[in-house]
Design a protein. Structure first.
Length: 115
Protein backbone atom coordinates (compact mmCIF):
# COMPACT_ATOMS: atom_id res chain seq x y z
CA UNK A 1 0.00 0.00 0.00
CA UNK A 2 1.37 3.38 -0.95
CA UNK A 3 -0.01 6.91 -0.75
CA UNK A 4 1.87 9.92 -2.06
CA UNK A 5 0.75 13.45 -1.28
CA UNK A 6 1.52 16.55 -3.30
CA UNK A 7 0.41 20.16 -3.60
CA UNK A 8 1.51 21.68 -0.32
CA UNK A 9 3.29 25.00 -0.07
CA UNK A 10 3.33 28.50 1.36
CA UNK A 11 0.26 30.70 0.92
CA UNK A 12 -1.03 33.90 2.45
CA UNK A 13 -4.08 33.91 4.68
CA UNK A 14 -7.24 33.91 2.58
CA UNK A 15 -5.56 32.01 -0.22
CA UNK A 16 -6.16 28.54 -1.63
CA UNK A 17 -4.27 25.30 -2.14
CA UNK A 18 -5.21 21.95 -3.61
CA UNK A 19 -3.66 18.79 -2.19
CA UNK A 20 -3.59 15.50 -4.05
CA UNK A 21 -3.01 11.92 -2.94
CA UNK A 22 -2.04 9.19 -5.39
CA UNK A 23 -2.76 5.73 -3.97
CA UNK A 24 -1.58 2.32 -5.11
CA UNK A 25 -1.18 -1.25 -3.91
CA UNK A 26 -4.79 -1.84 -2.93
CA UNK A 27 -8.27 -1.77 -4.44
CA UNK A 28 -8.87 1.93 -4.03
CA UNK A 29 -12.59 1.90 -4.76
CA UNK A 30 -13.32 -0.34 -1.78
CA UNK A 31 -12.08 1.98 0.97
CA UNK A 32 -12.98 5.24 2.61
CA UNK A 33 -10.12 7.72 2.43
CA UNK A 34 -9.14 10.49 4.82
CA UNK A 35 -7.03 13.60 5.13
CA UNK A 36 -5.36 14.20 8.49
CA UNK A 37 -3.10 17.02 9.60
CA UNK A 38 -0.58 17.58 12.33
CA UNK A 39 0.56 20.99 13.49
CA UNK A 40 3.79 21.46 15.48
CA UNK A 41 3.32 20.36 19.07
CA UNK A 42 -0.17 19.05 18.44
CA UNK A 43 -1.72 15.65 17.90
CA UNK A 44 -2.65 14.46 14.44
CA UNK A 45 -6.28 15.31 13.70
CA UNK A 46 -8.84 14.13 11.18
CA UNK A 47 -9.66 16.83 8.65
CA UNK A 48 -12.01 15.16 6.17
CA UNK A 49 -13.28 11.77 5.04
CA UNK A 50 -14.72 10.62 1.71
CA UNK A 51 -16.62 7.37 1.34
CA UNK A 52 -15.46 4.63 -0.99
CA UNK A 53 -17.86 5.66 -3.74
CA UNK A 54 -17.33 9.35 -3.17
CA UNK A 55 -20.95 10.07 -2.37
CA UNK A 56 -20.50 10.87 1.31
CA UNK A 57 -18.11 13.29 2.95
CA UNK A 58 -17.43 14.48 6.50
CA UNK A 59 -15.39 17.39 7.80
CA UNK A 60 -13.90 18.63 11.01
CA UNK A 61 -15.82 21.63 12.30
CA UNK A 62 -12.73 23.80 11.89
CA UNK A 63 -12.69 23.34 8.10
CA UNK A 64 -16.39 23.04 7.20
CA UNK A 65 -17.37 25.41 4.44
CA UNK A 66 -13.74 26.04 3.47
CA UNK A 67 -12.34 22.63 2.49
CA UNK A 68 -13.72 20.12 -0.02
CA UNK A 69 -12.61 16.50 -0.21
CA UNK A 70 -13.10 14.48 -3.39
CA UNK A 71 -11.82 11.37 -5.13
CA UNK A 72 -11.42 9.95 -8.61
CA UNK A 73 -11.77 6.18 -8.45
CA UNK A 74 -10.76 5.83 -12.10
CA UNK A 75 -7.37 7.38 -11.31
CA UNK A 76 -6.92 6.16 -7.71
CA UNK A 77 -6.54 9.70 -6.48
CA UNK A 78 -7.99 11.84 -3.73
CA UNK A 79 -7.92 15.61 -3.40
CA UNK A 80 -8.45 18.30 -0.80
CA UNK A 81 -9.39 21.75 -2.05
CA UNK A 82 -8.58 24.27 0.66
CA UNK A 83 -10.00 27.79 0.40
CA UNK A 84 -9.99 30.77 2.75
CA UNK A 85 -6.90 29.40 4.43
CA UNK A 86 -6.02 30.59 7.92
CA UNK A 87 -2.70 30.58 9.79
CA UNK A 88 -4.13 27.89 12.08
CA UNK A 89 -4.40 25.58 9.05
CA UNK A 90 -0.60 25.40 9.00
CA UNK A 91 0.35 21.73 9.39
CA UNK A 92 1.67 18.67 7.64
CA UNK A 93 -1.24 17.06 5.78
CA UNK A 94 -1.42 13.29 5.42
CA UNK A 95 -3.38 10.95 3.19
CA UNK A 96 -4.74 7.97 5.16
CA UNK A 97 -6.50 4.69 4.54
CA UNK A 98 -7.41 1.94 6.98
CA UNK A 99 -7.28 -1.40 5.22
CA UNK A 100 -8.01 -4.69 7.00
CA UNK A 101 -7.47 -3.05 10.37
CA UNK A 102 -4.11 -1.51 9.45
CA UNK A 103 -3.55 2.23 9.09
CA UNK A 104 -1.52 3.41 6.11
CA UNK A 105 -0.15 6.94 5.79
CA UNK A 106 1.53 8.96 3.13
CA UNK A 107 4.75 10.84 3.85
CA UNK A 108 2.86 14.12 4.30
CA UNK A 109 2.95 17.48 2.58
CA UNK A 110 3.63 20.76 4.38
CA UNK A 111 1.06 23.55 4.23
CA UNK A 112 2.12 26.90 5.65
CA UNK A 113 -0.30 29.83 5.85
CA UNK A 114 1.22 33.21 6.59
CA UNK A 115 -0.74 36.00 8.26
Amino acid sequence: VQAVESGGGLVQAGGSLRLSCAASGFTFILYNMDWYRQAPGKERELVATVSSGGGSTNYADSVKGRFTISRDNAKNTMSLQMNSLKPEDTAVYYCHVRRLGVDYWGQGTQVTVSS
